[in-house]
Design a binder for this molecule. Structure first.
Ligand SMILES: [Zn+2]
Length: 426
């Protein structure tokens, strides 16, 4: 722990550590009760922390693994199935009789746990659509599960701080300032801890993609090293806000650039209208983002293209026929479109969240929902685009802009999550 955050640990006496109650803008409020609540003491909060379970691959045909030393295989009851030298790739697949084939071995089990020597990492590559993916190195253990449909799911169980370091390395830009790395580490840790508590009884806590946080295992380059330092420096610190007498974790959403003002999570329901995610935070710090990020467009798509991209994700919209009109039917108080109405050639119309529409068009091309939309004879034109991403919570390029102006991580986080504070969980 470094100097800037020492005040957090001294400010929190043992008894001051609160129960953790979760409010997620997408999933609603989740008040944890009984043993799930790391309540009352620092010790309780600490004991609630376990390994994060990251769904790193889903429905793949085959998985291959290698590790510098031997790897041990267990079943779900911790019973040893075998130990294998793994300096060359070992292919794992479903056995014809419903079990798992592991190199030359076969076991009649629906899942296995793969454990490399504790100081080693395991390199994993998956076979999908006719080719092997590049191998990434993962800390912790792997659980490989045979699905009912015959595909394999792979879940990586990794210690929280190791996970945070891996996420930070992929969620910030390599050029970011040290305080930006630290702010990202605290946001990533808060996000994953609240997901872990919320999904305690599920098969996994987070996915490895932008749906949760981007996780590609360990990076050995300089950003990877800086990310590990940021995780270490901020170790155990999360963001909380106070409501009804309790300090609570919340969904610390973040996106690349807000484009001028953050969006409110209240669009996902009134119960999500919590102060740190209430939006309306002004930010032109993200002006420094490269390329067409702070401002983008116009983007011209033919009506045909819009239709086929929509149908690829929402086949039921076929009944709309050709696209006739796309209008904004609901906006945030700051004017960002929330809900769009798509009217088809037959006169039928369908309302959808602007964010869903944007992602169907392609999130890289239509960078945010903060646009004006115009439909001409042949085209749908997205103009006056502002920002990149959903715009909820922390603005990552704004975080870098503020770090360049010598703001500390805690100041940056409290700016983008108003009413929040840093709290030490362990
Ligand atoms: Zn911004």
């Amino acid at each position: 722990m470094g100097g800037n955050y020492d005040s957090v640990s001294t400010a929190l006496s043992k008894s001051a550590v609160p129960a953790l109650v979760l409010i997620c803008p997408f999933c609603g409020p989740i008040v944890l009760a009984g043993s799930e609540v790391p309540a009352e003491s620092l010790q309780d909060a600490r004991s609630a922390v376990r390994d994060v379970r990251v769904l790193m691959a889903m429905k793949v045909e085959r998985v291959r693994l290698r590790a510098p030393g031997a790897i041990s295989i267990y079943n779900d009851d911790d019973m040893a199935l075998g130990t294998h030298a793994a300096d060359d790739w070992i292919v794992v697949s479903r056995d014809g009789s419903g079990g798992i084939r592991f190199g030359a071995s076969r076991w009649k089990v629906a899942s296995i746990v793969v454990q490399p020597d504790p100081i080693d990492t395991v390199e994993v590559s998956v076979y999908r659509d006719g080719e092997w993916s590049d191998g990434n190195r993962y800390p912790g253990t792997l659980r490989i599960i045979v699905r009912d449909d015959g595909g394999l799911d792979v879940v990586n169980a990794v210690e929280v701080e190791g996970y945070v370091a891996c996420v930070v390395a992929n969620e910030v830009w390599p050029t970011f300032e040290t305080e930006a790395y630290r702010a990202q580490a605290i946001a990533a840790r808060t996000f994953v801890l609240q997901e872990m508590l919320r999904r305690n009884r599920a098969e996994y806590d987070v996915t490895a993609t932008q749906r949760s946080q981007v996780y590609r295992g360990i990076r050995m380059d300089e950003p990877g090293q800086r990310a590990r330092e940021a995780a270490r420096y901020t170790g155990g610190i999360v963001l909380t806000y106070r409501r009804q007498g309790q300090d609570r974790l919340f969904c610390t959403y973040y996106s690349a650039a807000c484009g001028g003002m953050s969006q409110s999570a209240a669009i996902f329901g009134r119960e999500n209208d919590i102060e740190p995610l209430s939006g309306g935070v002004r930010c032109d710090y993200c002006k420094i983002a490269p390329g067409k990020t702070y401002r983008w467009g116009p983007v011209h798509l033919t009506k045909q293209e819009v239709r086929s991209r929509l149908l690829a994700k929402y086949p039921k919209l076929r009944s709309l026929g050709e696209i006739q009109e796309v209008t904004v039917v609901e906006r945030t108080p700051s004017g960002r479109p929330v809900r769009l109405r798509i009217t088809g050639s037959g006169g039928e119309s369908h309302d959808m969240l602007a964010e869903r529409f944007r992602l169907a068009m392609g999130g890289g091309e239509i960078k945010s929902t903060d646009f004006t939309i115009r439909v001409t004879g042949r085209e749908v034109i997205f103009e006056n685009g502002r920002g990149f991403g959903h715009g909820l919570g922390l603005c990552q390029w704004g975080m870098q802009g503020q770090a360049l102006q010598s703001k500390r991580a805690d100041e940056i986080l409290q700016y983008y999550y108003p009413g929040s504070k840093l709290t030490r969980v362990y």
